[in-house]
Design a protein around this ligand. Sequence first.
Ligand code: TYD
Ligand code: MG
Length: 461
Amino acid sequence: ASKARTAYVCSECGADYSKWQGQCGECGAWNTLSEFVVEPAAKAGAGGVAASRRSSWAGRADAPAVTALKDVSHSEESRVSTGIGEFDRVLGGGLVHGAVVLVGGDPGIGKSTLLLQAITRMAQTLPGLYVTGEESLSQVAGRASRLGLPLDGVHALAETGVERILEHASRMKPALIVADSVQTLWTEQLAAAPGSVSQVRESAARLVRYAKETGTAVFLVGHVTKEGGIAGPRVLEHMVDAVLYFEGESGSRFRVLRAFKNRFGAVNELGVFAMSDKGLREVPNPSAIFLSGSRSPQPGSCVMVTREGTRPLLVEVQALVDSSPLSNPRRVAVGMEQNRLAMLLAVLHRHGGISVGDQDVFVNVVGGIRVQETAVDLPLLLAVLSSLRDQPLAEQTVAFGEVGLSGEIRPVPNGEDRLKEAATHGFKRAIVPKGNAPRGGKIGEMEVIAVERLSEALEAA
Ligand code: TYD
Ligand code: MG
């Protein structure tokens, strides 16, 4: 087994085949297999080493013993602050040494700016290497000085070849490397074109290996493709310790950093930033920025209290219900799951007696936020009802709660936190699941209306 062989790897799920085929047998995706050169095991240090180690251990006195987990010594991962509180929060309390973090997002969303800000601030304690394959060094320096960032301690390299990047890194020994972007990287080991899935995967794999061997932290920047994945997507997600997505609407100056996977922290933690001419500014108390700003209530709008990670967040859910010219009316959801919308509309019909079968229904969560929890159900249906009737909800009303298929309103986690947040922001009325309502029916000045059935909720609204 000393000759390199060719393998075909699915870019969606990472399944491995010896022959090309049109459809991946594992995940069923079409045209996702691309060619890889697999190095002989001994050289790549993969299976071969493990196998020989296994046999030599057999029967030896120093064979690794089984240990009670409580006796295993461990230290808390040592973390270092990025100098940006909201960034630390999403990372799970700072950057872990030797962690590899993929930061994905649309082109132009602000990934380079964020990482340049972080690496220059961290340079006070961690020598950093900023590798750019997208901009020239003078562009990077120009941006840093425009943003007023301190430049000592950061080295920059305009290079896309992984071998050369690692050569520089082993000489300079940075504690942090930013590779912007992973799509521009390529390795001499593969004949495939830079940017191809195999190049992206193999280049990233080399950086991951380097990070693990040396304890260097690595940020990989990845552009998101139209399909919403990072090019060479799922494969990269498996290789790295954390995947963060940087999101926001192009018209809005707010940007949200979300942990999608994190070996060192909670997922769904949100970091909120505002863009400015001096770069990204933190929004440490983002609770109310996702309200549309119009103070007088509009038809088709309902404010909900969602929870992102560890903090409550007030966001506005909007619905537009309009008679449809189509025999198959549209259901379009932005910022929440489309299938859930269809399901909730069925519940509204069946248990609320309200039909929108001949109406187009559009829903949107204001501010480019994605709500991924079921607490959106009730506010969504209230917004739909309000749009259908063309009547705004009562002023200063919030809602949250899951709606079950039999029309029951189910409690959601951390109800009290959510209610307190709403009360703090001056809301006067909350429509919530009975299981989440406090005994006295009030939180501060806010009246809490507890509902058990969808019909009660619709009446209360
Ligand atoms: P950039 O960081 O280059 O985006 P990405 O690396 O994700 O493609 O940002 C895009 C542009 O926006 C760039 O010209 C700088 C500008 N920008 C600001 O002026 N202020 C900001 O706070 C941010 C984030 C970006
Ligand atoms: Mg960039």
